[in-house]
Design a binder for this molecule. Structure first.
Ligand SMILES: Cc1cc2nc3c(=O)[nH]c(=O)nc-3n(C[C@H](O)[C@H](O)[C@H](O)COP(=O)(O)OP(=O)(O)OC[C@H]3O[C@@H](n4cnc5c(N)ncnc54)[C@H](O)[C@@H]3O)c2cc1C
Length: 375
């Protein structure tokens, strides 16, 4: 098989950035007033913005860079039910009722995502394929727990290997989803600003590099580097870099569903045009990947190249390489709570935040509505 080309010779650009007509919202033009300020315009922040607008609140959403500039626009695009931990592990970590409740809520959120964004989502199901005998046993334990709790899952044996098929899961084009949400939020009357960085946050004001926003409540919806923005979370939140690459259309491969491999450390999907987006190997650079740096590195990219050629088995050239930051908690449970008076933080989805982030955002919006309704 042909050897992969040189590593990290491409700009840090996700395969998803395919709309040259995209215009970021303008930066904040000075001091401003709102009921709620939402910091971070990824998928989570935008779910909160939309929920707050639906409740009739005046919302200003800001992003230091642009809509979807963080993990929300640079991820693998897998839409998976549950939290980052597999369901049987979640039961052990969170307790049975809590794990079942969150899994059930993610199924509802998935239904909503597929219904609302048919132009950028596909309900394909997903595969968890075992990379070893012990992982195969773990897949059986996961299947048993899912079936005991009445969630859709079946055993799978096929071209990709052996493991689990979860029919309720799917894939999306993540950047297209967040841009569609931003457009929807602005049409609904929300004010969004890119290029506007929050520097100082209290429950009644957000000082940015472009002016100060006075408000009644603040939601911080930032996954990677959450602990930098809110240092009180530093004891339990830690930022890591996740890296991916994508190929040109790969006619030598047919991959009907996204694959989660080796406990989900590697993950890939084939896009409608035949390109393959592949991520992984965070755990192999344990000294290097706990970092706030969000640029691809030669070491991990070489592993991805090797895996692409030897395991996925395509000859398609690599066209994109990228990375982004996410954050993790030791317990596996995301952050979703009031961290300062009037400031609610959501994030730290431990690498799987496309669906859970939306749940936490709905909880944040409910907290705002509940805590301001007496005003
Ligand atoms: C390579 C990779 C692959 C992944 N694959 C998957 C997957 O397949 N499935 C899945 O479910 N999850 C996946 N994830 C995780 C998922 O992408 C994230 O958990 C989720 O997108 C987080 O979205 P968010 O809106 O909460 O936060 P973010 O996307 O982190 O958005 C936060 C926004 O806040 C902005 N911001 C940061 N600081 C400030 C500040 N001071 N002021 C103003 N704005 C600020 C940033 O610019 C950013 O746009 C992956 C992540 C990565 C990096």
């Amino acid at each position: 098989m042909r050897s992969p080309g040189p590593t990290v010779s491409l700009p840090n650009m996700p395969v998803w950035d395919d709309d040259p007509a995209w215009q970021p919202p303008s930066p904040l033009g000075g001091d401003a007033l709102a009921d709620v300020c939402v910091i971070g315009l990824g998928g989570s922040g935008l779910v909160a913005v939309l929920a707050l607008r639906a409740a009739g609140l005046r919302v200003i959403g800001i992003d230091a860079v642009d809509v979807g500039a963080g993990a929300a626009g640079r991820n693998g695009g897998l839409l998976l039910a549950g939290i980052a931990d597999f369901h049987h592990d979640a039961v052990r970590l969170l307790g049975h009722d809590a794990a079942v409740a969150i899994y059930r809520r993610t199924l509802v959120e998935l239904d909503a995502l597929f219904a609302e964004f048919p132009q950028c989502t596909r309900r394909t199901g997903s595969l968890r394929i075992a990379a070893s005998e012990s992982e195969l046993a773990d897949c059986r334990a996961q299947l048993a727990q899912l079936q005991r709790d009445g969630f859709p899952a079946e055993w799978y044996r096929g071209d990709e290997g052996e493991g689990l098929l979860i029919p309720s899961d799917g894939v999306m084009q993540p950047l297209r989803r967040v841009r569609a949400m931003a457009a929807q939020a602005m049409r609904a009357g929300a004010t969004l600003h890119s290029g506007t960085r929050a520097l100082e946050i209290s429950g009644t004001s957000v000082r940015t590099d472009r002016g100060t926003i006075r408000c009644d409540r603040v939601i911080v919806a930032v996954d990677g580097r959450l602990e930098t923005l809110l240092p009180e979370l530093a004891p339990r939140v830690r930022t890591a870099r996740l890296q991916m690459l994508a190929t040109a259309p790969a006619p030598d491969r047919q991959i009907p569903r996204p694959v989660y491999w080796r406990d989900g450390y590697e993950y890939w999907q084939q896009l409608p045009d035949g390109s393959i987006a592949l991520g992984g190997f965070r755990d192999t650079g344990i000294d290097t990947e706990w970092t706030h740096d969000a640029a691809p590195s030669a070491g991990i990219q070489q592993r991805l190249d090797h895996f692409l050629r030897t395991h996925i088995g395509t000859l398609a050239p690599v066209t994109h390489r990228w990375a982004a930051s996410v954050s993790y908690t030791e317990s596996g449970a995301p952050v979703s709570e009031e961290v300062r008076d009037g400031v609610f933080a959501i994030g730290a989805y431990s690498g799987t935040g496309n669906v859970v982030g939306a749940l936490c955002a709905r909880d944040a919006a409910l907290w705002v509505i509940g805590s301001t309704s007496g005003h």
